[in-house]
Design a protein around this ligand. Structure first.
Ligand SMILES: [Zn+2]
Length: 374
């Protein structure tokens, strides 16, 4: 028996495909009549949508080899992930502690890509280090500004493939850069760059946006969507911009530069086959007792409101404090009944609701209890 068939999820033609094939990383029966083990890019006779994926994988592979050549060890999975995003034309922020290879990544990707690229670093010592790294990776023409007049002249003439300067250089010498356009800019230590709002405008200008586009975006005024520009990757250990102009990155390049909190949840996505409703209720009770206080139970719409009430009263009969979604009001509960809710750890509190109460898209079946735990 087939577990599930998805209507438009074949990675190659976008058509109907069964879960078993998807799980094995294969395409549908039309695209790949005989399911075989192996690399889908090699197995597919006619590549359609999947051609993009193959192209991306191939580019990533070339990047890995390129990286190994200059750095002497392969990129970490995070660095590969960042590279993949750049290859897809995305601008984004990397927030990661020091030592995970942000700067090395910046040097490698700027050396790998075609066109003009620019690496901004916080100190002059780093300018020199990154220059060495870039030169060990490729034969491209690198200009790193360390204070010499000749370097500045080359910058003014645009005589380079890769430019490396401090953030300070950008602030003070924008006139030397103003007429240049970069296909890729990597900012190492964004926080020091984003002390001044003017620097945000400068970086955006170097990516190809006009001052007018920037000003309109800042004023929230509608404008024609600017043409695709260069790619910007900013990195930081903390990401705490001191200027509100950092919002421009969101408006023009589609990514957020704001303090982020990273937290992890222990999510287990699983299911249990049961024979009938009675057995489902027994299992539910077992799981509630096992998992302890606090949680949500979603009930398939086919049981309707009555089903919700039935489960609530059944739980109450079994000494589980439960309310239906209609009775549930977090504000009220906090004030009156369940003070412990404030600590996000209600003593004995379970809420039961219909699947309609959420935006979750869950296939309903004879297993109708889905428990989500806070
Ligand atoms: Zn297909």
């Amino acid at each position: 028996m087939r577990f599930a068939i998805f209507d438009s999820l074949c990675p190659n033609c976008g058509g109907r495909i069964d879960a078993e094939r998807l799980e094995k990383g294969l395409a549908c029966e039309r695209c790949l009549p005989e399911p075989r083990e192996g690399d889908l890019c090699e197995l597919l006779e006619k590549k359609q949508l999947y051609a993009n994926v193959c192209e991306l994988l191939e580019k990533e592979q070339r990047f890995v080899e390129f990286f190994c050549g200059g750095v002497a060890n392969p990129p970490w999975s995070l660095q590969r992930l960042w590279a993949r995003r750049v290859f897809q034309g995305q601008s984004f922020a990397i927030v990661a502690p020091t030592g995970v290879g942000k700067t090395t990544f910046g040097a490698a990707i700027a050396s790998f890509l075609g066109g003009k690229t620019y690496i901004l670093v916080p100190t002059r010592a780093l300018v020199k280090q990154v220059k060495q790294r870039c030169e060990s990776l490729s034969k491209k023409s690198v200009v790193a500004y360390t204070g010499r007049k000749s370097e500045k002249e080359r910058i003014q003439k645009g005589d380079f493939d890769i430019l490396i300067t401090t953030n300070m250089f950008l602030s003070r010498n924008f006139d030397a850069l103003e007429d240049k356009k970069f296909d890729f800019i990597f900012v190492d230590d964004t926080d020091s760059l984003l002390k001044s709002g003017k620097n945000v405008d400068k970086v955006l200008r170097l990516l190809g946006f006009t001052q007018q586009q920037i000003d309109l975006a800042m004023k929230n005024q509608p404008q024609e969507k600017p043409e695709p520009k260069g790619i910007l990757v900013v990195s930081s250990a903390t990401l705490k911009p001191k200027t509100n102009r950092a919002i421009l990155f969101k408006k023009l390049l589609g990514f957020d530069v704001s303090p982020v909190r990273v937290s992890l949840r222990n999510v287990l996505d699983t299911y249990l086959h049961v024979g009938n409703e009675e057995e489902a209720l027994e299992r539910l009770l077992e799981w509630i007792r096992r998992l302890g206080d606090g949680g949500f139970i979603y009930v398939s719409s086919k049981f309707g409101k009555e089903g919700v009430y039935r489960i609530v009263s059944w739980l109450k009969e079994h000494k589980i404090e439960a309310v239906s979604y209609e009775e549930f009001d977090p504000g009220e509960f906090r004030k009156k009944k369940f003070k412990a809710w404030e600590s996000l750890c209600p003593t004995t509190f379970w809420s039961v609701g219909s699947i309609y109460q959420t935006l979750y898209d869950m296939p309903s079946s004879s297993i109708f209890h889905t428990c989500l735990f806070p």
